[in-house]
Design a protein around this ligand. Structure first.
Ligand SMILES: Cc1cc2nc3c(=O)[nH]c(=O)nc-3n(C[C@H](O)[C@H](O)[C@H](O)COP(=O)(O)O)c2cc1C
Length: 155
């Protein structure tokens, strides 16, 4: 019997654009029945460990992700939090260069060995309807993958 599956969405947003993306990703993940979806603005590294799927959102400021996100990942690495094989994805709003979601994806894939959805989802400034649909789709894709993996591991 499968325990309740959980997806954690953690995002940072200064002017609200990545936040809108996060809400649409949340709706997409919730559209798949049987998964508990939690959205947080700030988490401690150990909270990452009890989720089956982790979706991280960060806007790009000064060609980088914010300090909160950096501290979270550095903390998780330092504390040796095991995220191997968990489903992961990243997203974020940007203006011109958009590095943050790609940096995040690279870290969760190569440093933590997560099973990631590629590429990251990047949207310029304020997401329009098409952008929000893409966010919804990302959330749904992660949730479906989490479900599929849990069914496989039950066999
Ligand atoms: C001070 C400042 C620095 C920024 N630096 C970058 C940058 O290096 N690359 C980029 O693509 N966008 C950059 N942007 C644009 C933001 O990523 C963009 O406004 C984004 O929509 C902000 O997302 P948020 O509303 O979730 O905070 C910058 C914006 C500001 C105000």
């Amino acid at each position: 019997m499968t325990n309740l599956l959980k997806i954690l969405i953690v995002y940072y947003s200064q002017t609200g654009n990545t936040e809108k993306m996060a809400r649409a990703v949340e709706e997409g993940a919730k559209s798949v029945v049987g998964i508990d979806v939690v959205v947080k603005y700030f988490v401690k590294p150990e909270e990452l460990a009890d989720s089956d799927g982790i979706i991280l959102g960060a806007p790009t400021y000064y060609h980088d992700m914010g300090m909160d996100m950096k501290n979270l990942l550095e903390g998780a690495a330092k504390d040796e939090i095991n995220l191997k094989g968990k489903v992961g994805a990243t997203f974020g709003s940007y203006g011109w260069s958009g590095e943050a979601p790609n940096l995040l994806l690279e870290i969760i894939k190569n440093r933590f060995g997560m099973d990631v959805i590629e590429p990251s989802l990047r949207i310029k400034y304020n997401p329009d309807k098409k952008g929000l649909d893409e966010c919804f789709h990302l959330g749904k894709t992660v949730a479906e993958k989490v479900l599929k993996k849990s069914l496989k591991s039950d066999l």
